[in-house]
Design a binder for this molecule. Structure first.
Ligand code: C2E
Ligand code: CA
Ligand code: CA
Length: 789
C-alpha cells in the first residue's frame, strides 16, 4: 500500500527542510573554520604582546608610584618599631594603595618578614633564592613566580629602613591580569591556564584541562614545556581540528622557574554566535514547517472533501443522475474542475438524450422504432395495464413500387405523412411506432377480435384522401394485420410476430385486413424441426407435384401447366406450400425442393414429349435457386438424363426475387435462356414493377398477379390496370398470363382484353397427375384432339 498524498507531501517538505538546514550548517562551519582559525591565531599572538605590555606598564606604574608615595617612606621608617601584627596591617594598607593582590616584606637574607597572604606571620624564606642576583642590583625589577600555587607577577623594589635594606614585593595574580586583558582586548572566549616548572624539571599544569583536548595535544604541550630552554622560550601555537592552543612563555629571570601561559581557543566557541543564528534559522524553519504542515493538512482536507464530492458525483453520474451539479465556484483548481465537470455533464446529458432519441426513434417518421415499441408493449403487458389489447400493424399497399417510382426522398416524406395521419387519428392508441420500412404499429387497449373490422375501417379511412408530398399527389391504400392479447399470446415478441403473420396474410390475399389465424401460420411450427422433417420428407416420398392448367385464351385449350409442390406430412397432414415454402426459402432448403421438383417435372416432361402431348411445364424458382451456382450444372445433368426439349420448360420468378440481386440474377437467366428455357415474371404488379427493368429483363412472359384478376369483372379500376398491363406486355413483346381467374366473367373479360393465357380455379385447381390426366380428357379446355399430330 502506498503512502497517502498527505504523508508524501509532509515527507517531501521535511526532507527539503532537513537538507536546507544541513547545508546551511556546513556552509557556515566550512567558511568559518579555516579563515577563523587563522584569525584567531593572529589575535592570540596579538593578545600576548598586549599582556606583555600591560605587565610592563604595571611594573612601571608601581615603581614610579613607589618613589612618589609618602606611605612607602613612612613605612620604611616605622618598620624597626612595628610588631608583627602592626607590620602586617601596614603591609595590607600598602597593598591596597598599590592595588596589589599580595605584598611581601623580604630581608636581604631572603627571609619573609611579613606576607599579606599568610595572616599569622612566622618568619619564612622566600622560595626562590635565585632572585638574589636581582637584589644585588639594588634596583626595582619584575618577575613572575608562583607562590602557594598561585602565579603572581611580582614587582620588587628596595626600601631603606634605618641601616638595613629591605625589599617590598607587590604581587598581582597573573591570572587576573590576563583575564582582564583578554576580556578587554580580545572578543574571543579563551580558556586560560598556566604551567610552571617545579624542581627537577617537573611541570605543574591543570592536566585535566589538557586531557580534555586529547592525547595529541597533551603530548605536544609536554614536548614544548620540556624543551622550552632550547627553544629559547618562543611562542608556539598548535592547531588541531577546531582547537588552537597558544603557548606564551612569560618574563623570566635566569634560574627562576619557567612559566608558560596556555591559551586554548576552541573553534566551537567562536562558532557559538553563528550557532545561535543557525538555531534561530532552524527555529524559524521549524515554525514555518509546522505552519506549513498544518496548512497543508487543512488544504488537503479541503481538497479531499472536494475530491470525495467529485467521486460521489461521478458515481451518481454512472447511475444516470444528470441533474446533480458540483457546488464549487471561483478560480481555484477544484472550482475549475467542477465547472468543467458541470459543463461536461450537461453536454453528456444532451448527447445521451440525442443518442437515446436516435436509438428509440425512427429518423424518417420520428415515431418510436421497433425496439422502443417492443419495450413499451412489454411494459404494458407486464404491468397488466389492460385486460385485452390489440397489436395492429399497418403497411402501405405496394409501397416498394412507390418507393422505386418516386425515389427515396418523396417516399420517406410520404412515410412521415402517413405516420402523422395515424398518430393524429388514433389518440386512443396507447402507443404508435414504426416497426420497419413501411410497417406502422399500434397498441390499442381494451379491444378484442370483434373490433378488428371497425379499427381496420378507421385506418383505411385515413387513406381515403390522397397524400401530397412536395408537388406530387399520391393515392394510397393499406393492409392491416391484427393480433390480440390474451388470445394470441402474452409476450410482446409473439404478439408482434403474429400480427406480422396476419399482415402478411392480408397482403398475400389482397385483403384489407387479417386477424392472426394459427391454422394458416407458417411460423407456428418449430422452424428447425420442420426443416429437418422437410429433408426427410423429400427422401421418403412425402412430396407430390400438383399441376394447374394454364389455358390459351385464343384457342380455349390447355397449353401449359404450373408445377406446384405439395407436402403430405406424416402426422401434420396435407400442408399448403404457403406453410413451408417461405421458411424453406429463408433457410435455403428450397434448393432441395427445387432439385427434387425439377427432376420430377423433367421426367414428366419427357413422358409427355414421348407421348406427343404438347404441354409446357412452368416451374417456380426462388431467388436462392437463381443465385445457386450449381443449378445450371444440375439442370444440364437433368437434360442429359431426361433428354427433354428446354423449350417445354418455363421458369417463374418474381420481381422481388429478381430485385434482390439483379446483376447475378440477370446472368443466370441469360445463361438458362441460352440453353433454350423460357422465363415468366410471376406475381407481376406486387413487386417493384420498374418499367426500366422490365424493358431490359430477358423474359418471355408476364404473369399478372391474381389480386388484380380476382375482382376484375366487378372492379373497373382493376380492369383498367389489367388492360393497360396487357397492352404494356404486348408492347414489350411478351406473352401475358392472367392468374387467379375464378369465374367466367373474368375469363371472358380477359379474352376481350386480348390476354394470351389464363390460369385459375375457374378452369382447374392445382391437381395431382392422375386428376390432371382425367381433366385433360374431359375438360372443355382439355388437350386439342391428337389428330393434328
Ligand atoms: P404462385 O407461384 O403464385 O402459385 C400460384 C398459387 O395460386 C397456387 O397456390 C395456386 O393454387 C393459387 N391459385 C391459382 N389459381 C387460383 C385462383 O383462381 N384462386 C386462388 N385463390 N388461388 C389460385 P399454391 O399452390 O398454394 O402455392 C402458393 C405459392 O407457393 C405459389 O404461388 C408459389 O409461390 C409457392 N410454391 C408452390 N410450389 C412451389 C414450388 O414448387 N417451388 C417454389 N419455389 N415455390 C412454390
Ligand atoms: Ca407461380
Ligand atoms: Ca403467381
Amino acid at each position: 500500500m502506498g503512502l497517502s498524498y498527505q504523508s508524501k507531501l509532509v515527507a517531501l517538505i521535511s526532507s527539503v527542510f532537513i537538507s536546507i538546514t544541513v547545508c546551511l550548517y556546513y556552509v557556515l562551519t566550512l567558511s568559518l573554520s579555516e579563515s577563523n582559525l587563522r584569525d584567531i591565531e593572529k589575535q592570540l599572538g596579538f593578545t600576548s604582546t598586549l599582556i606583555d605590555d600591560q605587565l610592563l606598564d604595571k611594573t612601571e606604574d608601581i615603581i614610579y608610584y613607589s618613589t612618589q608615595s609618602s606611605s612607602i617612606s613612612q613605612f620604611s621608617n616605622q618598620v624597626p618599631t612595628l610588631n608583627q601584627e602592626r607590620m602586617l596591617l601596614r603591609l595590607h594598607e600598602l597593598a591596597n594603595e598599590f592595588r596589589a593582590d599580595r605584598a611581601l616584606l623580604i630581608t636581604k637574607g631572603l627571609t619573609i618578614k611579613s606576607d599579606t597572604y599568610i595572616q599569622k606571620n612566622s618568619p619564612q624564606n622566600f622560595p626562590y633564592p635565585d632572585i638574589r642576583d636581582h637584589l644585588e642590583t639594588n634596583s626595582a625589577f619584575q618577575i613572575v613566580l608562583p607562590m602557594n600555587d598561585v602565579i603572581y607577577h611580582w614587582v620588587i623594589f628596595p626600601i631603606q629602613s634605618q641601616n638595613e635594606t629591605l625589599w617590598l614585593a607587590f604581587g598581582n595574580e597573573i591570572d587576573k591580569i590576563f583575564k582582564y586583558a583578554l576580556d578587554n582586548i580580545s572578543p574571543l572566549n579563551i580558556n586560560l591556564s598556566f604551567a610552571y616548572e617545579m624542581p627537577q624539571s617537573h611541570w605543574r599544569y591543570p592536566k585535566e584541562n589538557f586531557r580534555l583536548l586529547g592525547a595529541d595535544f597533551e603530548h605536544a604541550i609536554q614536548k614544548y614545556l620540556h624543551h622550552i630552554d632550547e627553544k629559547n622560550a618562543t611562542q608556539l601555537s598548535i592547531r588541531q581540528g577546531n582547537q588552537v592552543v597558544f603557548m606564551l612563555p612569560l618574563i623570566q629571570s635566569k634560574n627562576s622557574p619557567k612559566i608558560v601561559a596556555i591559551l586554548i581557543y576552541s573553534f566551537s566557541e567562536s562558532f557559538k554566535p553563528y550557532l545561535t543564528i543557525i538555531y534561530k534559522v532552524i527555529g524559524l524553519f521549524l515554525t514555518a514547517f509546522v505552519l506549513m504542515a498544518t496548512g497543508l493538512i487543512l488544504i488537503n482536507r479541503k481538497y479531499k472533501t472536494a475530491l470525495l464530492a467529485i467521486v460521489r458525483f461521478v458515481e451518481k453520474l454512472n447511475e444516470g443522475d444528470y441533474q446533480q451539479r458540483l457546488p464549487y465556484h471561483g478560480k481555484g483548481v477544484i472550482s475549475q474542475l467542477s465547472t468543467l465537470l458541470n459543463n461536461m455533464i450537461a453536454k453528456i446529458h444532451l448527447r445521451e438524450k440525442e443518442l437515446l432519441h436516435k436509438t428509440r426513434y425512427d429518423p424518417i417518421t420520428e415515431l418510436p422504432n421497433k425496439s422502443f415499441f417492443i419495450e413499451q408493449l412489454t411494459k404494458i403487458l407486464q404491468a397488466h395495464e389492460a385486460k385485452q389489447l390489440a397489436v395492429v400493424l399497418v403497411t402501405i399497399h405496394r409501397f416498394p413500387q412507390i418507393n422505386h417510382a418516386l425515389g427515396h426522398r418523396v417516399a420517406d416524406r410520404l412515410l412521415h405523412h402517413v405516420g402523422a395521419r395515424i398518430v393524429g387519428a388514433f389518440e386512443d392508441a396507447s402507443f404508435v411506432g414504426k416497426l420497419s420500412g413501411n410497417v406502422f404499429a399500434m397498441i390499442l387497449t381494451d379491444v378484442m377480435p370483434s373490433d378488428a373490422e371497425n379499427i381496420s375501417d378507421r385506418i383505411l379511412d385515413l387513406f381515403e384522401n390522397p397524400f401530397s408530398v412536395y408537388t406530387v399527389t399520391i393515392d394510397l391504400s393499406a393492409h392491416v394485420g391484427f393480433s390480440f392479447y390474451p388470445e394470441d399470446g402474452d409476450e410482446s415478441d409473439i404478439l408482434i410476430q403474429k400480427s406480422d403473420v396476419a399482415l402478411f396474410k392480408s397482403q398475400s390475399n389482397a385483403e384489407h385486413f387479417a386477424i392472426y389465424d394459427a391454422s394458416s401460420d407458417p411460423h407456428q411450427f418449430n422452424k428447425l424441426s420442420l426443416m429437418s422433417e422437410l429433408k426427410e420428407g423429400l427422401q421418403h416420398d412425402e412430396f407430390l407435384v400438383y399441376y394447374q392448367p394454364k389455358v390459351d385464351l385464343k384457342t380455349d385449350r390447355i397449353i401449359q401447366v404450373e408445377a406446384l409442390v405439395r407436402w403430405m406430412h406424416p402426422y401434420k397432414g396435407f400442408m399448403s406450400p404457403n406453410l413451408f415454402i417461405p421458411l424453406a426459402e429463408e433457410t435455403g432448403h428450397i434448393k432441395k425442393i427445387t432439385a427434387w421438383l425439377l427432376n420430377q417435372t423433367f421426367a414428366q416432361c419427357a413422358l409427355w414429349e414421348k407421348a406427343n402431348i404438347p404441354l409446357q411445364i412452368s416451374v417456380n424458382l426462388s431467388v436462392k435457386d437463381l443465385l445457386n451456382r450449381n443449378l445450371l450444372k444440375y439442370i444440364n445433368g437433368l437434360l442429359e438424363v431426361h433428354h427433354i426439349n428446354p423449350n417445354n420448360i418455363i421458369f417463374e420468378i418474381t420481381e422481388s426475387a429478381f430485385m434482390q440481386d439483379p446483376e447475378n440474377s440477370l446472368g443466370a437467366i441469360k445463361k438458362m435462356r441460352n440453353l433454350g428455357f423460357s422465363f415468366t415474371i410471376d406475381d407481376f404488379g406486387t413487386g417493384y414493377s420498374s418499367m426500366s427493368y422490365l424493358k431490359n429483363l430477358p423474359v418471355d412472359e408476364l404473369k399478372i398477379d391474381q389480386t388484380f384478376i380476382r375482382d376484375i369483372a366487378q372492379n373497373t379500376k382493376d380492369a383498367q390496370i389489367v388492360r393497360t398491363t396487357i397492352e404494356l406486355g404486348h408492347g414489350l413483346g411478351l406473352v401475358v398470363v392472367a392468374e387467379g381467374i375464378e369465374d367466367e366473367a373474368a375469363y371472358e373479360l380477359l379474352k376481350t382484353f386480348d390476354c394470351d393465357i389464363g390460369q385459375g380455379y375457374f378452369m382447374s385447381k392445382p391437381v395431382a397427375l392422375s386428376e390432371l390426366e382425367e381433366w385433360l380428357k374431359t375438360s372443355r379446355w382439355g388437350l386439342p384432339t391428337i389428330s393434328h399430330k
